[in-house]
Ligand binder design. Structure first.
Ligand SMILES: Cc1cc2nc3c(=O)[nH]c(=O)nc-3n(C[C@H](O)[C@H](O)[C@H](O)COP(=O)(O)OP(=O)(O)OC[C@H]3O[C@@H](n4cnc5c(N)ncnc54)[C@H](O)[C@@H]3O)c2cc1C
Length: 244
């Protein structure tokens, strides 16, 4: 929470989006791979957002125990006209995820946002993305958006997940074929991620911006590596998925 407040103080406009509250209607739950599921919601009037941003979600009609809210990246892109949450639901989920997972079509939840700084701006000529596991969610949105609205920006995404557990791979490949500026490198180990990132840093240095998303430990390690390699702080944007 302290981290979020700090970021909001640094980027008050980007974070002011959290004040926008939208009631969402649950449409369907989709099994992606392993214990990863997508939850699809619609709304009469969806707010505008930048592909890659996240929101805070609550389920007011359910008796959620403990922390009653969770931040999730919006895994859909604005043109898909729906809100998609992609998350892990384990065999013994938290109370929040139990209630998310047992929603019935038509049930309502509440969304605060979207907001946040993990998105591609016009000044970014080359973007190197790293997604660790479920950290793929903001990149699903970003890549869908780049496929629909191609720009001159080149995106190289290093997507790391356990063998056979690369969620959304079918969608990502379809969109990659629509925009030659998108490259996706699938990896399965931290060593491969480090090696692929080192190649990108060597090739693009501070001409690139680095967008990182996934477990906090992974983000911390990658930020240190980028800093040691001389990458400027303002060329690194990250969403540590606290809770993993
Ligand atoms: C910007 C952002 C975007 C995110 N996007 C996604 C997404 O797209 N998909 C996704 O699955 N998850 C995402 N997360 C993480 C998500 O909010 C949940 O924390 C996560 O899914 C685990 O939820 P849970 O209910 O299973 O476990 P939880 O009950 O939330 O937590 C599991 C463990 O983590 C600890 N914990 C929880 N929150 C914090 C915190 N803030 N700081 C320190 N420790 C904590 C708990 O004490 C517990 O031990 C995102 C987080 C952030 C900050």
């Amino acid at each position: 929470m302290f981290d979020v407040i700090l970021r909001a103080c640094r980027h008050p406009i980007l974070y002011s989006g959290v004040r926008r509250i939208t009631t969402l209607t649950f449409k369907e739950k989709i099994h992606e791979t392993g214990d990863i599921y997508s939850f699809i919601f619609t709304a009469a009037n969806l707010p505008s957002w930048q592909a890659g941003q996240h929101s805070i979600f609550t389920i007011p009609a359910r008796p959620v125990e403990g922390k009653t809210w969770r931040p999730f990246s919006v895994a859909s892109s604005p043109h898909e006209n729906e809100i998609r949450i992609g998350t892990i639901v384990s065999a013994e989920p938290s109370s929040f995820k139990h209630h998310l997972s047992t929603l019935n079509p038509g049930d309502k939840i509440r969304m605060f946002g979207p907001y946040g700084e993990l998105y591609i701006t016009k000044k970014m000529r080359h973007v190197v993305g790293v997604a660790g596991g479920i950290g793929i969610t903001p990149f699903r949105s970003i890549i869908a958006d780049l496929a629909k609205n191609p720009t001159d920006t080149k995106l190289t995404l290093i997507y790391s997940a356990r063998e056979g557990q690369h969620a959304y791979r079918g969608d990502l490949e379809k969109w990659r074929e629509q925009n030659p500026n998108i490259e996706i490198i699938y990896t399965t180990t931290p060593e491969e991620v480090n090696a692929e990132l080192a190649k990108q840093v060597e090739a693009y240095k501070n001409d690139a911006h680095y967008l990182l998303s996934g477990p906090p430990k992974m983000i911390e390690a990658l930020c240190s590596k980028l800093s040691e390699s001389g990458i400027a702080k303002d060329h690194v944007l990250n969403d540590p998925f606290k809770g993993y």
